[in-house]
Design a binder for this molecule. Sequence first.
Ligand code: AMP
Ligand code: GLY
Length: 420
Amino acid sequence: MKIMVVGGGGREHAIIKKLKENKTVEKIYALPGNGGIAVDAECVNIGAKDIEGITKFAKENTIDYAVVAPDDPLVLGAVDSLEAAGIPCFGPRANAAIIEGSKIFSKNLMKKYGIPTAAYEVFDNVTDSLEYLETCKYPTVVKADGLALGKGVIIAENKEEAVKAVFSMMEDKIFGDSGTRIVIEEFLTGPEISVLSFTDGNVVVPMISSMDHKRALDNDEGLNTGGMGTVAPNPYYTKEVADECMEKIFLPTIKAMNEEGRTFKGCLYFGLMITSDGPKVIEYNCRFGDPETQVVLPLLESDLLTVMQAVTNGTLADTEVKFSDENACCVILASKGYPVKYESGFEIVLPETDDGVIYVAGAKKDGDKLLSAGGRVLGVTATAPTLKEAIDKAYALTAKVKFDNGYCRKDIGKRALMGK
Ligand code: AMP
Ligand code: GLY
């Protein structure tokens, strides 16, 4: 089989490595891929948002199956376009990807179908937003409606910060059109859990749970990033919590999307917070999380391609999705200065190792050399029988990487260990 994976980060590297385990896979193309992915797939210089280019490539190269991984092409309709060209795909159509593409859509969906989430108000102008900020409780959370590279959420400790957030989104347009409308919502507290799930619109099969570390610095300080590391499973995701999530969140969401005529097929990501009132949805993503995928897929024992095809064909109920009972930890090595300003072009030397796997997120090839080319550069992942061992192994492997301009958090998994 010839497979095409759209995207070019650590998540896509993890997906590609897993797909390669299937013996029927002869060739994988990555669009655009990156310098590290090039070891495992043929990278083609077509951007993930170039829907026409992606579709044309798939047709010309008689691709048998396509996986669209990032949010942008999904929201822009890459799956619709590929399906129209007769190419079977993994990923939701645009009318379902809106569950991530518009926070207002997802909040209204949850309200309409009684799915637990933070209380909220929607605004389309500065005046009304400011009026609301006079009376609301602090901290409060200001969110841009549209996609914003995972950065469209500002937690405002007080009115001053909230006013600044509103102006930056609605007037200064720091997130472009994504901030034309905003959501202001109740600040929730509690441990966060990421649950990626496979769904074909009929059933929903949660994958092993994980915990992301979104802030740039240790002890959850510094700015929000795309994610600085993950562990799986998440110890706060007990059997009791899992059952409650299935009943009150996962199944109702799948049903709600069907009722809206927006059947979701693909990987639906539930970003959850375990509050004193029970689990609530912080966000939905219409795709695999990054770097959640880098700890979830190494623990998947079933064949990924078979599961993905079952999602496409609507036969997920008859397909086994099995995870190992080990633990995994992924430490992100990022460029110094990320998520604000950073330099690229630094040489990276990866160790030869069987003690884990290094997913490449942001790097390019320069002859035989690998050079950094992004904010998040590597995802250093290890698995082990216990969480503590997985964390220690991931950090030991991180120490063997040569990347002078890199930094990582030193406390990935610390909170999870306390939750044990
Ligand atoms: P998001 O981009 O929606 O994942 O939000 C980024 C991060 O902001 C989340 O992982 C949470 O840590 C935090 N966050 C978002 N919404 C809320 C909320 N209502 N209450 C508390 N924290 C939140
Ligand atoms: N790690 C969070 C995300 O993928 O959105």
